[in-house]
Write a protein that binds this ligand. Sequence first.
Ligand SMILES: NC(=O)c1ccc[n+]([C@@H]2O[C@H](COP(=O)([O-])OP(=O)(O)OC[C@H]3O[C@@H](n4cnc5c(N)ncnc54)[C@H](OP(=O)(O)O)[C@@H]3O)[C@@H](O)[C@H]2O)c1
Length: 261
Amino acid sequence: MLITGTSSGVGEAAAKAFLADGWNVVATARDPATVLREVDDPRLLRARLDLTDTHSITTAFEQASSRFSAIDVIVNNAGIGLAGPLEGIGLNQLREHFEVNVFGVAAVCQAAAAHMRSLGHGLIINVTSLTGRTGVPFLSPYCSSKFAVEGLTEALHYELRPFRIRVKLVEPGGVRTRFSHIWAEHPAYSPAADNVRQTMVRGGEKAALPDRVAKVILAAAKDSSDRLRYAATDAVPALFMRRLLPDWAWRKMLSKGFGLG
Ligand SMILES: NC(=O)c1ccc[n+]([C@@H]2O[C@H](COP(=O)([O-])OP(=O)(O)OC[C@H]3O[C@@H](n4cnc5c(N)ncnc54)[C@H](OP(=O)(O)O)[C@@H]3O)[C@@H](O)[C@H]2O)c1
């Protein structure tokens, strides 16, 4: 298996979980020297992969294939955060955000599909978020990038099925990692945006540890069913509520939860 963004958080925990489960693991990062420093295991290959550098994606796949020949599971885990009032965000900043969270993920899916078509089977797991299923106030850049990956993955599900390539989504809620959003500001949205930001920071302090998401990713990789979506951490109850409630009631609950009128 090959996974992106293993220098920290969910990616690091997932790489460890797959190794502990006996898999060959290609753990990638922008700087491979930051990957699982304490691990000395012949089943681990560290490789450089920067989602904004297509050449590095091709090279990582070449290194992975020459070491382990078949790479039948790919986990698109790496991602970044950008938040704040949309008016306060420059379009170039938004483009850079999508370059990582959307175009980088799409590029890895392209490389994975080509590799897996030649194998005759495979599985691509894309890590999105609860915020890829529901809009959250002042998270429009991040939500839109994760919604994009949800749509990309769901469409690929049909497209790749004839080649025996399955795709899956892992959708975590809060996870306690070094992940944080770059917060843009705009005076017209104060204090509402600051209150939402503080609510999120407080939520993050109590959030689940990354191992919880790693277990869900591993379970998804071992699940031979056609299931597409796997919620993780507090996205499980939240998405359950989302399904139960009418849209207006869900939005009212979210507004209240973030202290918006
Ligand atoms: N934490 C949460 O509350 C939460 C909730 C829902 C979903 N998620 C999603 O879960 C995934 C993992 O996040 P995390 O919480 O584990 O955050 P994290 O600890 O910040 O890890 C993110 C990883 O992405 C890598 N990365 C950043 N830019 C990259 C690029 N251009 N190319 C390749 N790798 C890059 C980082 O590596 P560097 O060392 O190179 O920076 C890092 O290893 C992300 O997709 C995130 O959106 C997180």
